[in-house]
Design a protein around this ligand. Structure first.
Ligand code: ATP
Ligand code: MG
Length: 287
């Protein structure tokens, strides 16, 4: 697919196009990435599910942003080229801040590994006895750097965020990320879903204002667990790409060589999870 617009960047999942002064078109593909590799097999409808879920969340989260004097980057989800309708958004072009803002309310994945090693996550000490899937006493801010293409994001502590963006901005990022997580978790809980963790990205508008960019609270940026089956002590069943990660692990793939193609049943089960997340969260049918 090529659009008659200048391509600004191509990420693992999305293409970014110049859409005129101060504007970008973000186009989500059906590509799926895991362990920092793009898998050779696309997941049908994934681009549309992620785009539409993200748009829904931007609307839900607007009051939280407003309370911080911030905004989001979404301009339109409909004023987009027909060829990418449903999986593209027109957004304000931002100067992205060099921090991936992660909030965690539960222990999972790399967070569990870090806790097992150090008893804390970043510079936040945690009580003893927590296990994979445990709820944390309070949500914690666990930032990382935005890695260049092909590199892993690097975990950083709060002091490093302060040195990257300044102390006042760093505190603002932490408080706003945690507020977005709390509101997202509250809304998800109402739909029977635990929001274990999520990653958001912020940028600055021309006037210096803080703007929530990228995608928000999608299965690519978040861990969603069915609340009914939550049972700490082992990896949780999930609506996100943990299912694909687990399948990849079961094949014995070394995470270095090119990843294997996904069989049809794994593709279908993955698609079902993405669609189920969308439908359960928004309470609407995915078309
Ligand atoms: P990957 O997600 O594959 O690790 P990536 O995050 O660089 O890499 P994508 O998520 O596919 O790639 O592409 C989206 C890119 O657009 C990201 O770099 C993101 O930071 C950037 N971006 C998102 N919103 C805006 C915006 N409003 N203005 C400028 N850049 C943005
Ligand atoms: Mg990204």
């Amino acid at each position: 697919m090529t659009l008659d617009l200048p391509l600004v960047a191509r990420g693992k999942v999305r293409e970014v196009y110049d859409a005129g002064p101060g504007r970008l078109l973000l186009v989500a593909s059906d590509r799926i990435s895991a362990y920092d590799h793009v898998l050779p097999t696309p997941i049908p409808d994934k681009g549309r599910v992620l785009t539409q879920l993200s748009v829904w969340w931007f609307q839900q989260l607007a009051p939280v942003l407003d309370a911080f004097g911030a905004t989001h980057h979404l301009l339109s989800a409909t004023d987009v080229p027909a060829a990418v309708a449903g999986r593209a958004v027109l957004v304000r072009r931002l100067e992205m801040l060099p921090v991936e803002c992660v909030a965690r309310g539960y222990l999972a994945g790399s967070g569990t590994a870090e806790y097992a090693r150090t008893g804390s996550i970043r510079d936040v000490p945690l009580p003893p006895g927590l296990v994979e899937g445990s709820r944390l006493p309070e949500p914690v801010f666990t930032p990382s750097t935005k890695a260049a293409a092909g590199e892993h994001d690097e975990a950083i502590d709060f002091a490093r965020v302060e040195s990257l963006v300044g102390a006042a901005r760093a505190a603002e990022l932490r408080e706003l990320t945690l507020a977005l997580y709390r509101r997202g978790a509250e809304i998800a809980a109402g739909a029977g879903i635990l929001l274990a963790d999520t990653k958001v990205e912020f940028g600055l508008a021309d006037d210096g204002g803080l703007v929530l960019g990228d995608e928000v609270l999608t299965p690519d940026s978040s861990r969603f667990w069915p609340a009914a089956s939550w049972s700490p002590g082992s990896p949780q069943p999930s609506f996100d790409k943990q299912y694909v990660r687990d399948w990849l692990t079961s094949t014995g793939w070394d995470r270095v060589s090119p990843p294997p193609a996904l069989p049809d049943d794994v593709v279908a089960a993955t698609r079902d999870r993405y669609v189920a997340a969308y439908e359960q969260l928004t309470g609407t049918t995915f078309r």
